[in-house]
Design a protein around this ligand. Sequence first.
Ligand SMILES: Cc1cc2nc3c(=O)[nH]c(=O)nc-3n(C[C@H](O)[C@H](O)[C@H](O)COP(=O)(O)OP(=O)(O)OC[C@H]3O[C@@H](n4cnc5c(N)ncnc54)[C@H](O)[C@@H]3O)c2cc1C
Length: 433
Amino acid sequence: MQSSSSEHTHSWYADTRKTDQTWPVLQEHLEADICIVGAGFTGVNCAIEMADRGYKVVLLEARRVGWGASGRNGGELIRGIGHDLDQFSNTLGHDGVLALKKMGTEALELVKDRIATHRIDCDLVLGYADLGTHTKHIKELEQELDSLQAIDYPHPLRLLEPSELKEQVVNSDFYTGALVDEGSGHLHPLNLLLGEVQLAEKLGVKIFEQSAVSELVKDERPLVKTDKGSVRSDRVILACNGYLDPTLESWLGGKILPAGSYVIATEPLTDEVCERLMPGRKAVADMRLTLDYYRISQDNRLIFGGLCTYTGKDPKNIATALAPNIAKVFPQLGQVAIDYQWGGMLGIGANRLPQIGHLPDCPAIYFAQAYAGHGVNATHLAAKVLAEHLSGETSERYQLFASINHMTFPGGRLLRAPLLATGMLWHRLKEFF
Ligand SMILES: Cc1cc2nc3c(=O)[nH]c(=O)nc-3n(C[C@H](O)[C@H](O)[C@H](O)COP(=O)(O)OP(=O)(O)OC[C@H]3O[C@@H](n4cnc5c(N)ncnc54)[C@H](O)[C@@H]3O)c2cc1C
C-alpha cells in the first residue's frame, strides 16, 4: 500500500490526479518572511494566505505535495471544527464557544469559495448526512440540528427516519436515523490540493519537494535545515500534523496522536447500482467512534473508509479488513472488485479541537494541527486564523485557539499508542450500551 517516499501513495486519487507537476529539491540557503514545513492542506493554505498578504514564503515538503493525509483522505467536506465545543465554555465563555461554532461554517465556505474563485476541478458535490447506528444517536442528531439552527446555519438541514433515509441517502437497514446537510459534501482532495498549490505558486510561493526538514534552530529568526539547504525566516509554521516526527519537535509531538485510517475504492459500478446503493450521491459518515465514511465517486466507485489504528502498523490487507464493514451496510452489494486500497495518518488531540499556536520556547515558530477527521475544512480555517494573526490584521481568533491548553499524551513516544488504544477500546465498548 505504501509508496516509496518520493511518490504518492498508490490510490484512486493519485491515479486520477490532474497534474503530475513536481517541484525542485532545496539546494541553497534562502531568506524568507515565512517558512512553512509540510505541504498538505495546512501548509499550502498558510502559504496562499500569507503570499496573498504580500509575504515572501518558502514551502518545504519532505516527500511530494499532498503526500500526507490531504492527498489520501475520504474526501468528505463536512461542516464544523472540533467536537463537543461546549466543553470549552469555562475557558472561552459563551461568546468564545459561539465563535468556534460559527467558524465551523466559515471553514466550509472557505473551501467552496476557493474552488469557485479559482475554478479548481476537484469533483465537488454538495450533500452530506450524519447517520445514527444506535437509538441514542437519534437524540444526538436532534441536538445537532438545534445547535446548527441556533447559529443560523445557512444551508438546508433535515432529519430523516430510517425508511426515509433508505429512500433518499443510503439503501441500508443498518441506520436508526440521519441528519442531512445540503451545505457539506465531498470532493477529490488531491486535485483540490494540487489546484491550491498551483495558486500558491502563482502568488510567488517558492515550493520545494523531497526537502525534509531535519533540524529547527530556535532563534529570534529561526533557521530551518534540510539535507541540502536551509531557510532563515522571520516566522516558521509547522504543518506536519500526523506526520510530525516528534524528534524534530518533541513538545508539539506530545500533543498529537497519529491515527491510521483506511480507504478502498471499488471498480466502477453501473449508474443503476449507484442509484440503488446511495440515491442522491451524498457523502455519509456514521456516529460511532470508529466510524464508516463513504460516498460514490464521480466515476461511480464506492469510496469506503473506516478502521482506526494507533500502533503505526497498517492492516495486512485493507480490503479484507474493511470487507465486513461494507457487507454490514450493503449486504446486497455482493462481490465487487476492489481496485484500490490505501491508508494514511491523521492527527488527533486529546480534546479534538484543532491546535493552533506557537512553541513555548520559540515564539517565532507557529503550528496548526490535530483536526481529527475534519481536516479538509478545518485546515483552511486554521490557515486563515494564523495569517490574520501573523499579518497583524487581528489576533482575536488566534488567541481563542492559543488560549486552550492541550494535554500532552502520557507515556512518551513508545507508550502513547498502546495507552490510547486501551482508552479507545473502553470508549468503543461504551458505544454498545
Ligand atoms: C484515511 C484518511 C481519511 C480521512 N478522511 C477525511 C475526510 O473525509 N474529511 C476530512 O475533513 N478529513 C479527513 N481526514 C483528515 C484530513 O485528511 C487531515 O486532517 C488533513 O488532511 C490534515 O492536513 P495537513 O496538511 O495538516 O497534514 P498532511 O496532509 O498529513 O500533511 C503533512 C505534510 O507534512 C509533511 N512533513 C512531515 N514532516 C516533515 C518534515 N520534517 N519536513 C517537511 N515536510 C514534512 C508530510 O510529508 C506531509 O505531506 C482523513 C485522514 C485520513 C488519513
